[in-house]
Design a protein around this ligand. Structure first.
Ligand SMILES: Cc1cc2nc3c(=O)[nH]c(=O)nc-3n(C[C@H](O)[C@H](O)[C@H](O)COP(=O)(O)OP(=O)(O)OC[C@H]3O[C@@H](n4cnc5c(N)ncnc54)[C@H](O)[C@@H]3O)c2cc1C
Length: 431
């Protein structure tokens, strides 16, 4: 730890900080910390950045929290639909007792007041994240592929009625939304097939879709310019808390010392057990994304569409259209369930026929996402001296990452924070 003169007799504490994990959360954290004057090194086990959950996510920057997994269960809502293969979450045969316990906790009926308080915290953090992302993009001069607005489609009156309480709450919080009939929805997405079942639609004009991986690469270049050092094929295998914190990496005989280490390891889980901090309260879910080159732009979506009944997002990212959904709970496996990807292709073909060129290299991606029991990430100091966390962002990681990077940096500098950190502190789970 060093003191660096800033102006006159003002000094700033400069720390040597290791960021573990170069997904979108690690990259945004490293950049924010370097901008704050720290000496930052990023360690990533893969050969490049954003190779896991941040590689091909749906791209939604959506404080509207439409996806059923973007928050815990709405009070009174039935949870059996979550077990249906076509709904938000499919249970695989190898699901473990701990995973089922997480699901029961996630589905637990909170009192209305407790639920609303948590929903507002989640929404506020997503909104703060998107605001920070806009500011950062301006300051750093980076512009990933992006499109404006999200259109939610409901095939039945029952589906639409089921989200009415959420829509009312979002409106009360200040989220802009417009309820539309079929023909109005068609004007927003002219290429939507006229046979696609739409009973009602809701448009969120301030939501966005943007390319997370591309943003990560652009920001990495800026981070390099600020002096951040990147180390690839560097797997953290042991961590010794203290002052300094000592890190051991696979195939490296020497330990490395840092003033602070920030774990941005996404799913955390098994590889973190025994790394000095208590076991992290994270459960892994897996989700699919298929990306297909656009064949005819006029037949493709203009921006993001969320099919509520299929819990599936269809969105335009530059010259490609991406469909994501098919979330699975069950021990991690890279095995692709063809039923899930078939359903994603089918959704694209029936909603925007003629949009995509399937022969020209469709990409199928399956990634793990880390969820905490309450759906909010772990941001702040852990119980282990010098070890900080920024992980477990669940289904909102892209929306929240710039916000949690900012909060983490402000916490480390003991500055006042834009949001109350109590609901994010790892200490809420005693870790
Ligand atoms: C299909 C899909 C769709 C999604 N859609 C959206 C969306 O529309 N909007 C939204 O906001 N969010 C969405 N998400 C969630 C979002 O993508 C994630 O929350 C986010 O990418 C998490 O970023 P991360 O950096 O924490 O994790 P990751 O991107 O997984 O990065 C963690 C990194 O840590 C590295 N690592 C782990 N352990 C070690 C170790 N021991 N040593 C060294 N390195 C290590 C890993 O290799 C990895 O690179 C989606 C996710 C998926 C999978």
């Amino acid at each position: 730890m060093k003191l660096k003169a800033v102006t006159g007799c003002l000094f700033r504490v400069v720390m040597k900080i290791a960021v573990i994990g170069a997904g979108i959360v690690g990259i945004t954290s490293a950049y924010a910390l370097a901008q704050d004057g720290h000496e930052v090194s990023v360690f990533e086990r893969n050969a490049a950045i954003a190779e896991e959950a941040s590689f091909a996510n749906a791209g939604l920057l959506a404080p509207s929290l439409l996806h059923p997994l973007s928050h815990t269960r709405w009070p009174g809502a039935g949870w059996l639909r979550y077990l249906q293969a076509e709904a938000a979450l499919a249970l695989r045969k190898n699901v473990s007792f701990n995973e089922l316990r997480w699901l029961l906790g996630w589905q637990k009926n909170l009192s209305s007041d407790a639920f609303v308080a948590r929903f507002k915290q989640t929404q506020q953090l997503a909104q703060y994240g998107v605001d920070c992302l806009h500011q950062l993009s301006l300051d750093a001069g980076i512009a990933p592929e992006q499109a404006q607005g999200q259109l939610a489609l409901f095939s039945s009156a029952a589906g639409h009625a089921a989200v009415q309480a959420k829509l009312d709450l979002l409106k009360e919080i200040g989220v802009s939304l417009l309820t539309l009939d079929r023909s109005q929805a068609q004007r927003i997405e002219p290429a939507l097939d006229s046979d696609y079942p739409v009973h009602a639609a809701v448009h969120f004009p301030h939501d966005e879709i943007a390319n997370c991986r591309q943003f990560a690469h652009l920001l990495k270049d800026r981070a390099l310019e600020c002096g951040v050092k990147f180390h690839f094929a560097a797997t953290l295998v042991a961590l010794h808390a203290g002052a300094p914190v000592q890190l051991e990496f696979a195939d490296q005989p020497e330990r490395q010392s840092f003033d602070r280490v920030v774990l941005c390891t996404g799913t955390g889980g098994s590889q973190l057990v025994g790394l000095g901090s208590a076991k992290l309260p994270l459960t892994e879910l897996q989700q699919y994304a298929v990306s297909v080159p656009i064949r005819e732009a006029l037949n493709a979506p203009r921006s993001a569409i969320f099919d509520y009944d299929r819990a599936t997002t269809i969105g335009r990212l530059g010259a490609r259209v991406r469909v994501s959904g098919g979330t699975e709970l069950g021990r991690s496996t890279q095995k692709v369930q063809h039923q899930s990807t078939k359903q994603l292709f089918n959704t694209l073909q029936t909603s925007f026929p003629g949009a995509a060129s399937y022969q020209n290299g469709a990409q199928i991606w399956k990634a793990r996402i880390g969820f905490t029991p309450d759906g909010l990430p772990l941001v702040g100091p852990s119980a282990s001296n010098g070890v900080w966390l920024n992980l477990g962002h669940g289904h909102n990681g892209w929306s929240m990452c710039c916000g949690t990077a900012r909060l983490l940096t402000d916490m480390l500098a003991a500055r006042s924070l834009a949001l109350d950190p109590a609901s994010l502190q790892p200490a809420r789970f005693q870790i």
